[in-house]
Structure formats: structure tokens, C-alpha cells
Design a binder for this molecule. Structure first.
Ligand code: PEP
Length: 251
């Protein structure tokens, strides 16, 4: 059975006060016990968040691939590990767009995460013009080929993949269940071709892009969608509690 996962990406949101209130509320919600639930807070909050949250796992939204040195402003995978952080987002479209992270750089980050026993949530997804010109399979396949398909099978199986069409992130324009399922099935097929059907069956592939309480149940019911990477709806405990509830996950 593949792991079912709901992960909240808080991005650069929440003041200290808002963050503390959200943690308090999150500790009170009931999580469906078949799920693994994560949040990815701003870097500054992580050490505290690890102490505050009881059943929700805490990861980093980003980290650098070098272990240490003259890289002002960066935090390394090695440093995350030394603070007990076991998960990291790699390749979020905002990192790719705002900070010019390339497939090659992301490959180095994936390698560094694995070297430090940190589970990478590797994000991929096409921009609107690629969706519209019909080349979205080739675009996403190239992202995987250039950043993660160099891994050995024993390493690859430690990843979580997240398909996040850029045109759906923060726009309120969710991919249809058909669009999400089609891409997830295709990604799983590529994993089977590159590695094995067994590994393809094991790997969790999350959907991300304007997933919210009103569309999550249908998206999570798609056979190849193993959960969600959630932006906006992870900032309100009321919304997030719906996404991690048993009702949303059972038909
Ligand atoms: C995200 O940033 O990963 C995301 C999916 O954002 P949103 O849910 O707000 O579209």
C-alpha cells in the first residue's frame, strides 16, 4: 500500500503570532489515522514547530546542497538534519521561478537530501503556456529525468513526488480530476519504465494546485493521486482539518 499524504506548504506566510495560533489549532484537529500529515513552515519557525506539533511532521521548504561554508542566507541539508528535520521540499515552482532554480541545481539538492537521510518531496509541473501548447508530458518528464531519474532504485523509493501544475498554484484554478489523474498515471508509467512496476506502485505522488475542502475528496479519490501538497488551504486549521479528515478519504 502506498503512503497517503497531506502536506501543508505555509510558504512565506504567518507572523509569529499567527503561527503560534495555527499550531495550537492544528494540535486539536483529528487526523485520519491512515494518513501521514506534514507541514512545511518558514525556516525560522521550524525548530520551534518541531516542539509544538505533536502528530504532524515538520519539514523545510528549501535547503542548499553544500554542507557548510560561505553561502550567506542559506541553510544546508546537513544543518536541517542536525536539528532533527527529516523532510524537505525540493523544486517547488516558486523556487524555480523566483530563485531561478534549474533542474541541474535541484538534482544536487536531491542528492544532498539523500546523503543526509532527509526525505525529499520533489515537485514538478508545467506552466500555463506548456499546458496550452500540449507539451506537458514532455515538460514534466524532462524535469524528472534531469533531477531524479539518475538515482538508484533504493534511493528513488525514498522520495515523494508532487505534481503541481503551475497554472493551478494559488490561482483558484484547480486541475480537473481527469487532468490530475492523467498526469499522475503517466508519471507512474515513467517510473515503471525507468525502475520497475513494483517501485512505481510504491511511490506516493501528491497533487498540488488550489486543492481545498471542496475539491479534495474528488482529487484524492483518483487512483493515482496519493494525497496533496496544499498551499493556501493549509494556512487555516478549519480548511486543513477537512483535508486530513477520515470523511475526505473514505468514499
Ligand atoms: C503550493 O504552493 O504547493 C500550492 C499547491 O499552493 P495552493 O494550494 O495555494 O495552490
Amino acid at each position: 500500500m502506498r503512503k497517503k499524504i497531506v502536506a501543508g506548504n505555509w510558504k512565506m506566510n504567518l507572523t509569529g503570532e499567527e503561527y503560534r495560533a495555527l499550531c495550537k489549532e492544528l494540535n486539536e484537529i483529528s487526523l485520519f489515522n491512515a494518513l501521514d500529515v506534514f507541514v512545511f513552515p518558514p525556516m525560522l519557525y521550524i525548530a520551534d514547530c518541531l516542539k509544538k506539533l505533536s502528530t504532524i511532521h515538520v519539514g523545510a521548504q528549501n535547503a542548499y546542497f553544500e554542507d557548510k561554508g560561505a553561502f550567506t542566507g542559506e541553510v544546508s541539508m546537513m544543518q536541517l538534519k542536525s536539528f532533527g528535520v527529516s523532510n524537505v521540499l525540493i523544486g517547488h515552482s516558486e523556487r524555480r521561478m523566483c530563485f531561478h532554480e534549474t533542474n541541474q541545481l535541484l538534482k544536487q539538492k536531491v542528492d544532498a537530501a539523500l546523503k543526509n537521510q532527509i526525505q525529499a518531496f520533489f515537485c514538478c509541473g508545467e506552466p500555463l503556456e506548456v499546458r496550452e501548447n500540449g507539451n506537458y508530458f514532455a515538460f514534466v518528464k524532462q524535469q524528472l529525468e534531469e533531477s531524479v531519474f539518475h538515482l538508484e532504485a533504493y534511493q528513488f523509493k525514498k522520495l515523494v513526488l508532487a505534481y503541481e501544475p503551475i497554472w493551478a498554484i494559488g490561482t483558484g484554478k484547480t486541475a480537473t480530476t481527469e487532468q490530475a489523474e492523467e498526469m499522475h498515471a503517466e508519471i507512474r508509467k515513467w517510473v515503471a519504465e525507468r525502475y520497475s512496476q513494483e517501485l512505481a506502485n510504491e511511490i506516493s505522488i501528491l497533487y498540488g494546485g488550489s486543492c481545498n475542502p471542496s475539491n479534495a475528496k474528488a482529487l484524492f479519490a483518483c487512483p493515482n493521486v496519493d494525497g496533496g501538497l496544499i498551499g493556501g488551504a493549509s494556512l487555516k486549521a478549519e480548511d486543513f482539518s477537512v483535508l486530513v479528515s477520515k470523511e475526505t478519504w473514505t468514499i
